[in-house]
Design a protein around this ligand. Sequence first.
Ligand code: PAF
Length: 326
Amino acid sequence: NFARHSLVAAIAAITTTGVALQAHAATEVNLGHTLSSSSHYSVGADAFKETLEELSDGAYTVNEHPSGSLGGEREMIEGLQIGTVDFVITSTGPLGNFVPETYVLDLPFLFEDYEEARCVLDSDLGDELLAKMSDHNLVGLAWSENGFRHMTNSQREIATPEDAEGLRVRTMENSVHQEAFRQMGARPTPMAFPELFTALQQGTVDGQENPITVIVATNFWEVQDYLSLTGHVYSPAVVLGSPIFMDGLSEEERGWFEQAAQASAEATREEVSRLEREGVALLEEKGMTVKTDIDVAPFQEAVKPAYEIFTSEYGNEMLERVQEKA
Ligand code: PAF
């Protein structure tokens, strides 16, 4: 049971003269994410905690639960809805299952680079998508970041979509991503992240795709020899709150949590940028064979049907709006 509990920061003490001293209780909230405590999400969790504690003058404290200890991303989102989890930093991977409006962000090759993606998420369109989450029993607080996703596998170098043919690639539990990999000729296997390392180790799947940040933080070089910098999709992350917790806050308190989420997102983006600069060299040092000069045009062509399938289901209004802003 991950229900929040109060920490007694100072226990009432009775002096010898019988005078009762004051008791101060800090309310502890839990924050879950699936990555290790050396990851970009953990940097974001630290910033959330520091900012919240400072703004609330110690009235609130944050207990970080890294490494999927509160469950995979889909499970944690469910936890927010029923109030067993207070805050989550998650990719948008499973979010579309709850808030279909966000599926648009998961389309492959939607954004050219980090600047473009951040600019769209920080626009009124990004705010609108955050606000939409309250229609689905979630509180969207800030757009954070996971990063551009690249492919790793244990079998061979991938330079073209044909090289991915037949490979069993773990994808997130996201129908847009699964379709894109199917179109590439790979065999997509949706799976929650906490199960992935063992699946790669035991050969249940041949490969996976994630940003450099995640490949570094999860030691994937131990079970994957090849990395191809396909950058096939930008993976946003989001700081989400539980409506059950947030609805009980005053306006001022709500503002503290919103600012803490914003600080978390900013710190995470900085860490993503640092690892984008330094991570590839580190992975090469660890023994991975890295294919850097990928011609993305054939990959773009291969995943085009994923766009058609997406628009036939969700229409093209949102897609057009994102593309206009990008
Ligand atoms: O691959 C995923 O499921 C996500 O990218 C991860 C690693 C959980 C980070 O949000």
